[in-house]
Design a protein around this ligand. Structure first.
Ligand code: NAP
Length: 515
């Protein structure tokens, strides 16, 4: 068994490694090293926590084994395009763990000291951990369900989607009823049953908004806080704690389900921040310094990331959380906008590329979907071997999660020096001979600059329309994330090269080699 000083020194080293890890993650060149440092910090924190003593190892080993298997399988099998929902789900586990630890600490406190004697820090932190953790757990489940397209949708679901959707609702509603009945019928247990049924029911709805929803949100926030105050005053009453957790859970569901599926990456960053705050609060519950530090780091970095994403879309957080992103009655009709669209072929493009000096490739969500990053690297290499300069213009919210394009291009070993940020490339865009837009849409839509009424008005974009020739590779004229037409596709200097991103790239490479 180790002394508390030794453990705290180890926690300090772990905390320094977390901070150095985060610093490393800020740049692609140092990101892998940063990740390893943070992982080492986590290993130190876990090992020294286990060495404190007085622990029942049987369950801990089972827990570590199950967690490690789930983590390893997810790391290997989950596709890059499914990363946002996986991150969403894992945030939720963090929130759920905080609730359980806080609940267990409350039970333990009841056995060791008279409940009313538990110190105020522990009681307030338990309430904070319970509320924030529960909002995070249920909110993250909704974020996962909306991104995996089985919550709040009208279409037919696959069998696995049905199992998760109906299974989860059944467990939550059934659990609330069972737990309530077991406690005997009184106001608290009826409240718990009602919350369980409401959470399960709302998760089964096929739409994301219903009348009276905002009033219910405000009501649940007030109920959760009021119950939190009661828990602080009566920490011995566990039913109060669980009712507070259930009310916060319903709040988490209502807050998240009304946000459009497309805004989920921002919500996930926000929930990530909440999961950190819940962990920090849990650190105060169990007096664990490294949990307080790690939780605060996650909380702060999550909110910074949320802010970066909102800025890159020129939207406020309130607009993301409470507004609706999408076409309005003033959005022009796609048929009108696309009257003058011209399409091209691989052979025609190969001919044009023979004389071209400067090429800029703008990747977007379609590159991720079609996994075209390797083909795009090969095309860039081929053009460079013929004397052209090739750069990649990366928009901060291209794709479906922050850094999505950077990760894919790094995966294909594209030299980081070739990646240019929007502010760097835009002033030189009029000297670009050919801009190749690969599966990007909103991030190159000039209406963001020209139409103040557009849903993406004011969003900074990559000014590909200023290049001499623009080639857009996508499968159809269908809209991107914002759901609005893109006049770039019909511009005089634009050629549409229709097809799946990867196949189109491979065909183009073959044509360039033949020309
Ligand atoms: P986008 O506007 O969503 O457009 C993606 C385009 O990819 C679609 O128009 C689609 O057209 C095309 N596509 C899909 N599958 C394809 C395939 N297999 N091959 C070729 N093309 C394919 O994407 P974006 O320009 O990257 O913009 C990202 C959007 O997400 C922005 O509106 C941003 O605000 C939003 N957003 C991003 C984040 C983030 O963190 N990155 C967070 C929140 C919101 P077809 O169907 O015709 O092929």
């Amino acid at each position: 068994m180790l002394g508390i000083n030794t453990v705290n020194y180890a926690y300090l080293i772990a905390a320094v490694l977390f901070i150095m890890g985060l610093r490393g993650l800020a740049h692609p060149r140092t990101a892998v090293r940063g990740n390893r440092m943070a992982a080492l910090g986590m290993l130190i924190a876990i090992v020294f926590t286990l060495l404190v003593g007085g622990l029942e190892f049987k369950y801990i080993i089972i827990g570590i084994a199950v967690g490690a298997i789930i983590g390893a399988v997810a790391a290997v099998r989950v596709k890059m395009t499914a990363m946002p929902e996986m991150v969403g789900l894992f945030n939720g586990f963090g929130g759920g763990a905080s609730v359980l630890v806080a609940g267990a600490a409350l039970v333990a406190a009841m056995y060791h000291v008279a409940a009313h004697e538990a110190d105020i820090q522990m009681k307030v932190a338990t309430v904070a951990s319970g509320i924030i953790g529960s909002v995070t757990f249920f909110g993250s489940y909704v974020a996962f369900g909306k991104l995996a397209e089985f919550l709040a949708v009208r279409w037919k679901l696959y069998i696995w989607q049905k199992i998760i959707k109906y299974g989860f609702s059944l467990i939550v509603a059934g659990g609330g009823i069972w737990f309530g009945i077991r406690q005997g019928i009184d106001a608290l247990s009826i409240g718990l049953m009602v919350c369980g049924i409401l959470i399960g029911g709302v998760l089964l709805l096929r739409k994301d908004r219903f009348p009276g929803m905002n009033i219910l949100k405000i009501l649940m926030a007030l109920v959760a806080v009021a119950l939190g105050v009661l828990v602080v005053l009566n920490p011995g009453n566990m039913m109060l704690f669980w009712l507070m957790v259930a009310a916060a859970g319903l709040l988490g569901v209502l807050l998240t389900i009304s946000i459009g599926g497309a805004d989920m990456p921002v919500v996930i960053a926000l929930l990530n921040s909440y999961s950190g705050l819940a962990a920090a609060a849990t650190g105060f519950v169990i007096n664990n310094n490294v949990l307080i530090i790690a939780g605060s780091l996650v909380g702060a970095s999550g909110i910074i990331l949320t802010n970066i994403m909102c800025k890159a879309m020129n939207r406020s957080l309130a607009n993301v959380l409470f507004g609706v992103m999408g076409p309005t009655s003033e959005t022009p009709d796609a048929d009108e906008v696309y009257k003058t669209v011209k399409s091209t072929s691989a052979d025609e493009l190969a001919m044009m590329l023979e004389t071209i000096q400067r090429v800029v490739i703008v990747p977007g969500y379609g590159m991720a979907v079609s996994q075209a990053q390797y083909a795009v690297r090969d095309l860039a290499g081929l053009l460079e071997s013929r004397g052209a300069t090739v750069e990649f213009a990366v928009h901060p919210v291209a794709g479906r999660m922050p850094g999505h394009m950077n990760v894919l291009l790094a995966e294909a070993n594209i030299d980081y020096d070739k990646l240019k940020e929007m502010d760097e490339i835009n002033p030189t865009m009029n000297t670009v001979d050919m801009a190749i837009v690969l599966g990007a849409n909103d991030v190159v839509n000039p209406v963001a600059r020209t139409d103040p009424k557009s849903p993406i008005a004011g969003m900074p974009i990559i000014d590909v329309d200023k290049a001499r020739t623009v080639v857009v590779i996508k499968r159809s004229l269908s809209p991107g994330f914002a759901g609005i037409p893109n006049p770039l596709f019909a511009a005089d200097n634009t050629l549409m090269y229709f097809g799946d991103g990867k196949k189109a790239m491979l065909d183009l490479i073959a044509a360039v080699k033949e020309s």
